[in-house]
Ligand binder design. Sequence first.
Ligand code: A2R
Length: 313
Amino acid sequence: MPDLLLIGGATDAMLARMEKRFTIHRLAETDLATQGEAITHVATNGHDGVPAAVMDALPNLKMVSCYGVGYDAIDTDACLARGILVSHTPDVLNAEVATTAVMLMLALYRNLLMDDAYVRAGTWESDGNAPLSRSPDGRKVGILGLGRIGLAIAEKLRAFDADISYHTRSRKDEPYRYYGDLEEMARDVDVLICITPGGASTRHLVNRAVIDALGPEGTLINVSRGSVVDETALVAALQEGRLGWAGLDVFEDEPRVPEALFDMSNVILLPHVGSATHETRAAMGALVVDNLLDHLDSGRVRTPVPECAALNA
Ligand code: A2R
């Protein structure tokens, strides 16, 4: 059986299918110096990727299957140069990540966490009714990145009569207002939702100028990658009241989160759980294995990353 290197975890369902076709080596238990040559396939995730030292130790690597739609932790240029196919798990998580974005927006507008704390602390009984919140309905929402997930977010926000605009590098054939300039969009909207890929080309797209344009009445939601937002600028803006609210599922140095955010009641912090439901993670896991098995059977994969489309032809 071919040899597969497992970086990070895998569910029992994934392992059961992979074990039928591969000899599995877990990274932490594998001496790559002696076993690296045998390994032809890697299963990893968007967070761990494939470290350069591991890539170098696998001279016969043919394919990398990534659990997650984001693959910025995988050096696709290096993979392409060596003819290594990379697959990821697009589409199956669109609805879940979109729900996470909408959930953050609703929770921030309606004071969900503060109201829950109000009841638990007995304040309702001692002080009476909680302060009023703000309606999330009919808000102007700007989506940074109108791809598969961005479109799913726009679709879900229709239920809240959102006035939707977007910023991408190229205009899309979609019924939403396009802004070629992110700062201009940030100035015009109530809520800015980030859902581009990570990596060098989107690093700190949301900088101090964009955050200031969003302003003290504005809400920033990030369900993409921590790197898309300048976290230092974000923390400063929240501390200085230049930004109103933030809902963050991702951070620049996960799992480390700036402690300055912990005491802020206008911020909701999630541990990168955008797609983390049993149902969606099962679908992602199944696609990771489908891609591996397809590659064994045909030399092609079901869902290549765009950079590898030609290799998959
Ligand atoms: O820029 P375009 O026209 O290629 O549109 C893409 C947009 N995008 C950007 N927008 C502005 N500035 C950039 N530098 C930039 N780079 C990319 O992001 C497109 O509309 C969107 C990405 O869409 P998809 O490739 O369909 O990705 P999907 O499945 O929506 O997932 C987005 C990301 C993942 O890569 C993970 O990092 C995260 O969501 O979970």
